[in-house]
Ligand binder design. Structure first.
Ligand code: HEM
Length: 186
């Protein structure tokens, strides 16, 4: 499990400089200068003067997708492309009503009503992404998901359009906390 665990440190270290931070729902987080992404839980000196430290693990997919899964796998680029100097860390918590739904109801909202994967697919291969789950960690975390995206400056407006489309979907009615942090690679 540990090689799937990542720690995001909002402080003064790392290669990603914060250029904008917006709270769309719920409580704010203090704005750091830099965000460092560390593999595992041990952040070493990076977290000494950190404003916050968030953990998440990548994990198996929970939703059935109607043929989009293969297309996503075929089109999605890797993280760390040299031209992808822009990034977004969007931290999300969904409300109790979401988590009280049965998995098949969540599936219906995610895929049939919100077309999350179908919408997202249209923005590949411009946008690279990694989804981290926080609820599987055993210890309480302030968010349910840490979503990470990388793109070239010329794809920033496409990314903004993608985020706006998803935020307008029924799935987002269950989002009770959302913080959108934009970064550039130093
Ligand atoms: C989950 C695709 C963009 C937030 C997922 C899943 C897929 C997906 C396939 C399901 C993963 C699983 O089954 O666990 C995409 C694609 C995108 C994209 C192809 C294009 C770049 C975004 C953006 C956001 C976002 C921009 C945030 C604004 C989430 C969240 C989940 C998720 C929070 C977890 C939902 C849940 O389990 O309740 N995405 N996505 N995604 N995505 Fe996206």
């Amino acid at each position: 499990m540990n090689n799937r665990l990542f720690t995001f440190v909002g402080g003064n270290a790392g290669i990603w400089r914060v250029v904008q931070m917006k709270t769309l729902a719920g409580e704010h987080l203090p704005a750091p200068v830099m965000v460092d992404i560390v593999a595992g839980r041990d952040t070493g000196p990076a977290s000494l003067d950190a404003k916050w430290v968030l953990h998440g693990i990548t994990s198996n997919e929970r939703y059935e997708m109607h043929g989009e899964k293969e297309q996503i796998l075929a089109k999605q680029p890797a993280l760390g492309r040299s031209e992808a100097v822009c990034a977004a860390l969007i931290a999300i918590r969904k409300n109790a009503s979401w988590w009280n739904l049965h998995q098949d109801e969540r599936q219906r909202i995610f895929e049939e009503q919100s077309s999350h994967a179908r919408i997202g697919l249209q923005y590949l291969p411009a946008i690279a992404r990694r989804l981290h789950h926080c609820r599987d960690l055993g210890e309480p975390e302030p968010f349910d998901f840490l979503t990470w995206f990388e793109f070239a400056p010329s794809d920033e407006s496409a990314f903004n359009k993608l985020v706006a489309e998803l935020r307008a979907s029924p799935e987002w009615q269950f989002v009770e906390r959302e913080i959108d942090i934009r970064l550039v690679r130093e």
